[in-house]
Structures are given as structure tokens and as C-alpha cells.
Design a protein around this ligand. Sequence first.
Ligand SMILES: *Cc1c(COP(=O)(O)O)cnc(C)c1O
Length: 378
Amino acid sequence: MMKTIKFNEPFLAGNELKYLKDVFRQDHFYGNGKYTRLCAEFIRKKLSVENVLITDSCTSALEIAALLMRETGQEQEIILPSYTFSSTASAFARAGFKLVFAEIDPKTMMMDVRDVREKFTQNTAAVVVVHYGGYCAEVNEFRALCDANEVYLVEDAAQAFNCFLNNKALGTIGDFGCFSFHETKNVHAGLSGALIIKDNSFVNRATYIWERGTNRQDVLKGLANKYSWVEIGGSFYPTELQTAFLYAQLEALERNIEERKVIYDEYKIGLAPLKLAGVVYYPEFHVDYKSNYHAFFVVFNSESKADQVREFLRARNVHAYIGYIPLHSSPVGLKMGYEINSLPITEKYSKRVLRLPLHNKLTLTQVAGIVDLIKGCI
Ligand SMILES: *Cc1c(COP(=O)(O)O)cnc(C)c1O
């Protein structure tokens, strides 16, 4: 019997404790201090962007984006995939947007541009695109579509930190880009995230919302002499303890990705015969694209085969996952009036996905063992 292979193990860079100790020396814990600034500066340089807010999660980054776009009293719709994590939808539903779920393209498991185009109405205010598993959604096509219709584009780039399409970072193509530094992502702080804001005119409001709705920033900069309540905000930033941890992780970003690439390639080469035989499918990277190798997933040619392999692996202590459960047919989605058959492609293909273990503690021998188990089970 194999030793348990977990789906994910949190990455550790090495300098986390050193920087945490420095936070104790600084005697400043609550956030928006030295390490929050260092993380923001790192991301600014790395992704060549101007406006970065470090948040306590990707969920919070999405919530800030939603609050910035919301015009009270107006009917506003957002188009998003059903095949995503609950946060992508919750953030906009809570702010008062009507959710319009779009289909995925089964070749990528990401949102289908044609279906989105058909779902535009005069109330469409934004499109939220999700980059799944280290792959890149058709973000340039969505950008063009949003520009033509004068609506916002939001990138849920939770899984896509440090991915580049034609040398442009994912998360910086939309009007807003949201990253996650949850421990299940490549680099993390337990929980944390970041919001990228393209339009400078949003930055002040975003900062107020980020900081509990106050203009405390302006007081610190000497622009106001006492602070007031200026926005309906939240407590959206992380503590210095989190950002000190995160900064150590960011410094190890390239090593994190190199290690993951080796594992990704081992899966890809090992499972190529099954792809050739048409049993599984996995997308390939475009030549102009640089991935962060966040995940390796396969789509089986039937739901029963996906279940069979998942259970076979589970019985041998290998934890592989199904991926997302569609949102339109979830309890909340059904309450919103969706039916299971509203999005047949999403419903069908989501049941065929298997996400394989991928983390930096995985050895190539283990990966080869997983590949052999899958081949042996088919
Ligand atoms: C992980 C994830 C989130 C949530 O990120 P948090 O940092 O945990 O809030 C949102 N969207 C997608 C696509 C994710 O993968």
C-alpha cells in the first residue's frame, strides 16, 4: 500500500519564520505596514502593474471589485462561468448583481466566448472570467467583447498568479484582477490575496473600501486632518503576520514554479498514451503562454470512468479530486431559478474531470506511480 499522497501540501519557502520574527521587532501587527508594502511592491514589479492592493483573500478582492462597479438602484447583471468556485459568484450576488451563468468550452473547461456573447443584455455590467488550473481563458477575446459593449472585465485569477500571455500577466488584462494566496494555491500566506486595479480613478475608492470605509490613508498622507466614513467598506486587508509570511513565499516564486513544471511534465508525458487513445483529454499550453503550473487535470471520455479512477486511486491512498461542482445546479443556484439542465455542457463535463495531486513535496517516483495506477485501472 502506498503512503498517502495528498492532493495538496502547503508550500514552504524557508524564510517565513525569519520575517515573522521581524514583525515582532517592528511591533506592528495589524496590517498595511512594512510587509504589506513589500508584497505590493513585489507584485507591482513582477506583473508590471501600477495599482495593487494586498487583501486577506481572493474572495475579498472580488468583493471590492464588485462594490466598485455597483451602481445602486440600477439593474446590473454579470456574466460568469458556473464552473468556478463559490466566491466568484457570492461576491457579486451580495453586492446586488444578478448572476448570469455561461457555459464552458469543454476543450479548456473555461468560459465559452460565444455563449457569453449570446448572454449579453442591456443590463450587462461586467464579465467575470476565471483562469482555471494554471491555464489561460480566452481573455483577449473577452477584453475585445467587453470593450465593444462598454462593460467591465474582471479576471478571477485566483489560480493564475505569475502566468503570462504574450508577456502580459494574467490578472492585469481586465479592469480588475483578483489573486489568491490561499494555502492551496502555488504561494500563500495561509489566507491572503491581491486586487489589481487598472483604472487609476478607482484607486482612492478601492483603498477606502479596503480600509473599513474610512479615508485613513488621506490622514496618513496629510491630505485630511481627521478621518471620516467615506465608503461602505470592509476589513479587507491582511495582518503583517500574513504578509511577512507571504513575502518569504513571493521571494521563492520562481523555484515554486520550476518544481511544479517538472511534476506537470511528468504527468503530461506519462498520460499521453491515454490521451492518444481518446480515454482522457487535457489542454495544451499555447506557445505564447507561460503557465505557473498550478494544476494538472484530465477530462475522461465518460463520467463513470472518472468516478472509477478517482475511487481506485482513493482506495490506494492517492487523493485526486473532481474539480468544481457547477454553481447553477447548487442549492443557491437552484434558488436563483436555475435548473440542472440550464447549462448542459457544464453539467456533463464537470463530472468527467479529475484533478491529480500537484504540490512541491511530490516526487517524480510518486507521480510515475500515480500514472501507472491510472493506466492499470483503465
Ligand atoms: C481559490 C479560489 C478562490 C478563492 O480564493 P480565496 O483566497 O480562498 O478567497 C476564488 N476563485 C477561484 C477560481 C479560486 O480557485
